[in-house]
Design a protein. Structure first.
Length: 86
């Protein structure tokens, strides 16, 4: 019998993990941006997973925010993270 706790959940995050994610915006870079880009890609937004929060990522974030009734400001805070991971 397999233990379901051992099965990886593709980028679904617990509430505590969401609270620990950084606020991201244009010009940021690093692993957190890669996580963001993977989530956007999984949600159907065409982004490169390169770890750089550039114009393409910002456009995708704003489109995602708009479609999820969030303030489409391009800033990825706790509400945007929550929607991306739900």
């Amino acid at each position: 019998m397999e233990n379901s706790a051992e099965q990886p959940q593709p980028l679904k995050l617990q509430a505590a993990a969401i609270r620990s994610l950084p606020t991201l915006n244009f010009g940021d870079s690093g692993d957190s941006v890669k996580v963001l880009q993977r989530l956007l890609s999984q949600n159907g937004y065409p982004v490169r997973v390169d770890g750089n929060f550039g114009a393409l990522t910002e456009t995708a974030v704003k489109a995602f925010q708009s479609q999820h009734n969030l303030s489409a400001d391009g800033v990825v805070g706790s509400r945007t993270w929550r929607e991306l991971t739900s």
